[in-house]
Design a protein around this ligand. Sequence first.
Ligand SMILES: [Zn+2]
Length: 188
Amino acid sequence: MTQPPQLPGPDSEQIAALVGSTTQRLFYGFLYRRRANPPTMAELRFFVANALGEEQSSTDRRLRELQRYFEIAEVRSGNQSRYLLQDWSATRPPHAGVTISLRRRAEVLASQRCAQCGRTPFEDHVKLVVDNKVPLSWGGDNEPENLQPLCEECYAGKSTTSVRSKPTLSRFGHQLAMTNRKSASASC
Ligand SMILES: [Zn+2]
C-alpha cells in the first residue's frame, strides 16, 4: 500500500507549530509548491535573497533546518541538482510536529475526560494529554478531528502497543480509512 506522502500545507497549523518562524515557513512553502518542478540551488538562493530578504548564504542553513523534519532529495538533472521536498524525514525527532498551539490544545482538552477510559482529572485525578489518533508518522496531522484527550495511562498504553513496537496494519489501516473518508467528505 503506497500512498503519496501527506505533507502539511505551508499555511497549516502543523507546519506553524513545527518550524516556528514565518521565514522558515515561507521557505518550506516554496519547496512545497515546487514539488512538481523542484528548484535548483540557484533558484533557492534567489528565493532566499529576494523573497526572504536574507543573505544567499543562509540557504544551506534553511535547508538543513527543514531536513530535521523532512526528506529533501537532491535530484540530479543535467549538470544541476534540484531539491525535492519528498516526505517526512524518517529520522525526525520523535516529538516533532506534536507541538500543537495552546489554543488548539485547550480546545481538545476542554471535555476534561479521557476519550478512552472516561476518567476525569477532577474525579479520578488523572492527567490528560493531547493524543494524535493517527500518529504523525502514519500521516496523521494536528487537525482537530485527529486529536483527542487521553489520560497519561491510556496514552502510555497506546504508545507501547502501537508506536514503540510496530503498529499492526489493520488497526491503523482502519483509522486511516476513517480519516480519509472524513477529510474526503469535508472537502466536497
Ligand atoms: Zn484513560
